[in-house]
Design a protein around this ligand. Structure first.
Ligand SMILES: NC(=O)c1ccc[n+]([C@@H]2O[C@H](COP(=O)([O-])OP(=O)(O)OC[C@H]3O[C@@H](n4cnc5c(N)ncnc54)[C@H](O)[C@@H]3O)[C@@H](O)[C@H]2O)c1
Length: 384
């Protein structure tokens, strides 16, 4: 059968950054190109064609030469004016997103962007309304939903494994080096409030879509933030004041009575199975999901511990869990979502992870910050 290739020009703004380069360009768009594009049911082949956009000629040229020499430019307006580019993608620092996504919507581009969508719920919702009014397709990165560990957890939920789900415990974090002795592994703007940094803004967006999609809508939040490390060193080796929260201790109430507790921290050392673990406890079983693996323990396999610190612990607790096997080939989570967004654009396939869902993430972060500053529970209202 003869296949016709349909090119989809994608403006990739902020592509020289950590997420832009690694997750979105190399592991998603270039990976899809290397596979020969996406074959559609009608035998067309959708081929993403990236246009790299950023500020630095040197960085863009270097990135282009590593990735098969796609087009690149420092002139965003020119890229937007080009009719061959039908999608605008944004992985810039959060504070820059609103203006450029708005420009792209006004130019009639479909838009896809990193989280947080904007720096306020109001702005995030404004983008959603503009995109709907303009009739363009829109989406927000919600990558954790495609992590193999989370996919396995979702399968357990859907199979009724847990009985009644009672609680969820999320542990996220690792030690992010300050930068004086060991190179930091995250950008310095993450630790400056004035540059839209902070772990509450960063991570509560993720917890919103994870909890909403797996367990039900979040009704209220109590959150305590902290800046445990007040001084860090930036990319140039200069010291700066870390003005943003680097840890968040949050509890969420979910419709139906499920309680979810999440510790998020860039100031903790890992002694658990993975950088993110999610323990779910239900009346009939429990499970712990990491990024790739998920282990579970049925009621019938549940040990019966008794408290006695006078003797060595007789139960090997870790031995009592079973691995949930791989039931499919798992592709990179960002790539999996890109594939769905491209199919949404080109073949009108459903894509529920849109700008209003992104706005909900920003809303939860705002509610978390409000809870922290007012030292109280905050209700999470319905967004429409
Ligand atoms: N989905 C996820 O799991 C995930 C993880 C980390 C970060 N993020 C989000 O991705 C976005 C980028 O984060 P990152 O860690 O890649 O940051 P980064 O600092 O590595 O990259 C930011 C990008 O924005 C560009 N930029 C910064 N200031 C600019 C300016 N003044 N003008 C033009 N461009 C500018 C940089 O050149 C770079 O390309 C953030 O919004 C962040 O919240 C998402």
């Amino acid at each position: 059968m003869k296949r016709t290739t349909q090119n989809i020009g994608i403006i990739m703004n902020g592509v020289t950054g950590r997420m832009g380069t690694n997750q979105h360009l190399l592991r998603s768009i270039i990976a899809i190109r290397d596979e020969g594009g996406i074959v559609l049911p009608d035998s067309r082949v959708a081929m993403p064609v990236p246009v790299l956009v950023g500020r630095s000629h040197e960085k863009l040229a270097a990135l282009a030469s590593r990735t098969g020499n796609p087009a690149w430019t420092t002139n965003l307006d020119q890229a937007i004016a080009d009719k061959n580019n039908s999608i605008y993608f944004d992985a810039q620092t959060t504070g820059r997103r609103f203006d450029d996504v708005r420009t792209a919507i006004r130019a009639g581009k479909h838009v896809y962007c990193e989280k947080p969508v904007a720096t306020s719920t109001e702005q995030a919702l404004a983008l959603y309304r503009m995109a709907e009014a303009a009739g363009v397709k829109h989406g927000v990165v919600q990558d954790k939903l495609w992590l193999p560990g989370i996919v396995k957890l979702k399968t357990l939920i859907e199979s009724g494994f847990f009985g009644q789900i009672l609680s969820v415990r999320g542990e996220f974090g690792y030690w992010v080096f300050e930068g004086d002795v060991v190179q930091p592994q995250r950008p310095s703007w993450n630790y400056r409030k004035e540059d839209e940094g902070g772990i509450i803004v960063d991570m509560l967006c993720h917890w919103r879509y994870l909890l909403d999609n797996l367990f039900g809508p979040i009704e209220s939040v109590s959150c305590l933030g902290a800046t445990h490390i007040p001084r860090r060193w930036d990319e140039s080796g200069d010291p700066y004041d870390a003005t943003a929260d680097d840890s968040a201790y949050a509890t969420f109430q979910i419709a139906g009575g499920i309680v979810a507790q999440f510790n998020s921290s860039w100031c903790t050392r890992v002694r658990r199975d993975d950088l993110l673990t999610l323990q779910v406890d239900g009346t009939k079983g429990s499970a712990v999901a990491g990024l790739r693996e998920c282990v579970c323990q049925h009621y019938s396999q549940t040990p019966r511990p008794v408290w006695n610190p006078d003797i060595p612990q007789p139960i090997d607790f870790r031995a009592g869990w079973l691995n949930v096997p791989d039931s499919q080939t798992y592709e990179n989570a960002f790539k999996a979502q890109w594939r769905r967004f491209l199919l949404h654009v080109i073949n009108d396939e459903p894509f529920p992870w849109n700008l209003v869902e992104g706005a909900k993430g920003v809303q939860l972060a705002e509610c978390g910050l409000q809870s922290w500053s007012q030292r109280r529970w905050v209700s999470v209202g319905e967004l429409r």
